[in-house]
Design a protein around this ligand. Sequence first.
Ligand SMILES: Nc1ncnc2c1ncn2[C@@H]1O[C@H](COP(=O)(O)OP(=O)(O)O)[C@@H](O)[C@H]1O
Ligand SMILES: [Mg+2]
Length: 275
Amino acid sequence: MPTPTDPSPAGATTVSEATTPVIEFRDVEKCFGSNVVLKDLNFTVERGERVTLIGPSGSGKTTILRLVMTLEELTDGYIFIDGEPLTHEQRAGRRVPVSKKRQKQLRTRIGMVFQQFNLFPNMTVLENIIEAPIHVLGRPKAEAIAKAHDLLEQVGLSDKADAHPTSLSGGQQQRVAIARALAMDPEILLLDEVTSALDPEVVGEVLNILRRVAETTNVTMLIVTHEMGFARDVSHKVMMFDGGHVVESGPPEKIFTDPDHERTQAFLGAVLGDN
Ligand SMILES: Nc1ncnc2c1ncn2[C@@H]1O[C@H](COP(=O)(O)OP(=O)(O)O)[C@@H](O)[C@H]1O
Ligand SMILES: [Mg+2]
């Protein structure tokens, strides 16, 4: 688990509005060819805040997470992590790219878990987890291994350290992927539909692990999920997203029960109607 910054037993996450946002999108634009996916997108995520993005398929939710993870190139605008420019900055009135070194540095503070797990198939479970702590953060191998075993215990996979990902079920692979992300002690955890590829009977165990991470750490989370119960439980804020814009955002109690916008009502009606 990431080092808890709040030692109180209740793990009550503190969201401080007064400080610099941990994530800021400022006038973000993202195009794929002539397809404008995000346009004039502005939002912030505060330290320790857990924000869930909801919205129709193809609306750009994954693209938002991939931009934060620097897996996609920003077309225009700015993204700030802890107030530091992630991809571009303003210098003498011009928009210029930040150095790769600086970007890499910022990226080490961010972890992502994908719908399709994306484990390294040629490495064991343990090797998957210690790879980045050793090679990106420069942690001593023994320390990385000890932490990996600790994390495997927390996700209930102590006996799988030497297994290869292909021998594991989807639910087990996703738990390894969560352990791998947490091994970096991320300040920001990005979760992109992490249960969508799983058999229904193992969705609960993966969500429970994430609930525990939410309860016991102060890690900032940006979550894309169709699991509305989970979203309601763990989120401080829900952002309804459509047509490249935030349609509305607010606390889950508000968005899920009494949304202001017709588009949110229609979307939730369709999603919740499916269940
Ligand atoms: N690598 C890519 N190349 C071209 N188009 C893409 C790529 N990734 C996403 N898109 C397009 O961007 C839009 C948003 O996709 P995505 O962010 O995956 O949406 P969501 O996660 O909300 O379903 C879609 O129209 C999709 O086709
Ligand atoms: Mg997606």
